[in-house]
Write a protein that binds this ligand. Sequence first.
Ligand SMILES: Cc1cc2nc3c(=O)[nH]c(=O)nc-3n(C[C@H](O)[C@H](O)[C@H](O)COP(=O)(O)OP(=O)(O)OC[C@H]3O[C@@H](n4cnc5c(N)ncnc54)[C@H](O)[C@@H]3O)c2cc1C
Length: 500
Amino acid sequence: MTGTLGSVVIVGGGTAGWMAAVAFGRLLGPAGTRVTLVESDDIATIGVGEATIPPIRTFHAMLGIDEDAFLRATGGSYKLGIRFEGWTRPGESYVHPFGQIGTDIAGVPFAAQWLRARQAGAADALGAYSLEARAAQAGRFSRPIANGDSPLSRIGYAYHFDAGRYAVFLRAQAEAHGVIRREGRVDRVERGPAGIAAVHLADGSRVEGDLFLDCTGFRALLIEGALQAGWTDWSQWLPCDRAVAVPSAADAAPLALTRAIAEPAGWRWRIPLQHRTGNGHVFSSRHCSEDEATATLLAGLHGEALADPRVIRFATGHRTRFWSGNCIALGLAAGFMEPLESTSIHLVQSGLQHLLRMLPAGGPPAQAIVDRYNRTMTGEFVRIRDFLVAHYHLNARTEPFWRERAAAPIPDGLAEKLALFRAGGRIFRETDELFNEVSWLAVLTGQDAPVTGHDPICDALPIAIAAKRLAQIERVVSTSLTHMPPHATALAQLATNRML
Ligand SMILES: Cc1cc2nc3c(=O)[nH]c(=O)nc-3n(C[C@H](O)[C@H](O)[C@H](O)COP(=O)(O)OP(=O)(O)OC[C@H]3O[C@@H](n4cnc5c(N)ncnc54)[C@H](O)[C@@H]3O)c2cc1C
């Protein structure tokens, strides 16, 4: 390689492969880089992965993807957050909303003022102050509406979409940017001085490249099969190791939220799309058989099942080296954590964004770049893992699975977060951490994390005045809500937009 990156070979045409193809095709194609994607029609994609988080909008904007066209093509819907049902104890629920909650009060962050007032019995539940949480629960949605300082002007949202249709949609975009698709099964990976020299397809052809992206899903054909990058196992922190998934008939009045419903040995997801609902049950095979998990899933469906349930086995953890030689793993080949906070597709996006900042400038990649990438991605995975573990650790359910989770040791980073929160409700976001203070506040208070006392900085303001300010914020949110149409209306609007 000299100067321009000559050729990039992406192996795998699932969500990860096609996201990479659009990004590389659009951003590097004009500079003369040849981008080829190899996928096998004989090997199915994972076919799930339908809930996202707000940064995906930045990714789409970077790639010039039109939101309306994307939602129409993928049967997509809007998402304002995740509702955790029964995670503390059966019958209780809370929303982890996107976006901001409230505003500073007397120069003190909303979270601190709210916590103090809540402890004094002078504030409502956190969700009352979040437009996204209220709208999600009420089945309403609007894109941001420019309206001064109103919460309507900064609505945080993401999407649900059909994973299969998303890959088809991205493929069209990638091909329009000059990406070449090669259909064929990779039978052999040829090693070379830089790492990978070429992949050999079943028809006898050989595809060589300068840089290889392993997007072959759980198979990890290049990064592990050829390069043995190693696996860091996290099943001690997150022991669920199976999911069973089934689509069902669409909801007439879909909520703009993902539901995560706790079950005796795991949890179920429910994801509303325009043309169907995605359902799944993530569980621990030590606590529940595949038949039992399937029965629980089917019993919880609201509409008719549209296919046979499908069991997916997985391991939780990540490649010890995400980048090895001239090969970078993305998507399931890079690692996996259960979809509790819809983070896997985001990790593809962030892997790509880091990679695009660290591309080799000619010749083999510098080891310093490779090390930096691996450290960055490991950090991202670790911080998301800690957030997920918090959901399980803080529970008051009685089933053996849940008691085990409450009693199990937790990672040091999470232990520190919980200790800081316990001592006056402090939350500190680590550098580059995906989940911000609002997300942690929503989940920690939603899960009843213990907290003693409050931040003394609040005491400059009498509690009665703080309570009044909180009530004002709640009124603004209530008024804003009336400006948001039903989510179903916002989706119907997509068809109308096409006709304009
Ligand atoms: C149960 C479950 C639920 C999930 N839910 C969510 C969610 O809600 N939100 C979220 O963000 N993420 C979710 N994910 C993760 C998400 O599905 C994946 O991160 C995403 O789809 C990326 O998958 P992939 O492209 O890496 O792999 P895959 O979809 O498995 O694609 C692999 C590709 O590699 C190709 N391939 C494999 N071997 C060969 C070969 N020998 N030759 C040629 N081609 C080959 C296949 O043909 C296929 O095209 C979920 C995952 C699971 C398991």
